[in-house]
Design a protein around this ligand. Sequence first.
Ligand code: B12
Length: 211
Amino acid sequence: MDLLESIKESIIDMDREKVVELTRKALDEGIKPKKLVDEGLTPGMDVVGQEYEKGIKFIPEMFMSAEALRGAMELLRPILTKSELSRAGKVIMGTVEGDIHDIGLQIVSMMLEGAGFEVYDLGVDVPAEKFVEKAKQEKADIVGMSAFLTTTGLRFSDVIEALQEAGIREKVKVMIGGAAASGKYAETIGADGYGANASAAVRLAKSFISK
Ligand code: B12
């Protein structure tokens, strides 16, 4: 099996140590970081995402694969040039104010990163102003928000309003996800899209950029 294929398989096998070891080896052999992301890491995580969608894999497995991908990204991030990283687009991610769930958020952020997006993960309990401030500062293409509680789902609208007030709503696409979100809800509040899982989030983000 070639090195990139082995990296893909090790992501699927949730083997962080092996992913990191093979990534280091690939870099030593002169394989370009972008190629590693596009032809090893992302295809591996794509398979995991598809298996999760089909009910073959479950959350803990998906998290461990994402952790393995994170291990490789830690090695790659410093050497991926800005242009390589930002080619796909810039995304601001965060869980809305009052909500501390972040497992899904982290998986989505990592998957977007693996797909070549430059991701600014603001973490949890993020107030609307912070989303706006970062989106302005980075001239972001996409703002992605997670919410998991019925109560905090209401905060999506606060962020959209704040983007409007700051005059940048037309400049960014807004996507939402998490247990408090749905496609119908996205429509109701005027978000541009909803993703049920990390693979869907990546597809959505890519569709925004290609428009
Ligand atoms: C783990 C968990 C916790 C952990 C969180 C740990 C952490 N670091 O995240 C802890 C124990 C801390 C916790 C706390 C609480 N929780 Co909780 N929690 C969960 C649980 C079981 C799983 C969530 C999770 O991580 N899933 C795994 C990830 C991989 O899946 P995911 O989150 O759905 O993310 C995927 C997609 O949604 C999507 N996605 C996510 N974000 C985004 C963003 C974008 C832009 C896109 C496109 C896609 C996308 O992609 C992700 C990857 O595939 C859910 C149940 C559930 N079914 O969601 C309850 C749940 C969300 N929690 C719930 C509750 C009530 C609470 C508490 C209030 C409990 C309490 N009484 O203290 C507190 C809230 C604290 C707070 N202020 O936020 C309720 C919410 C009910 C409601 N309708 O409001 C739920 C639904 C459980 C239930 N059925 O009652 N919780």
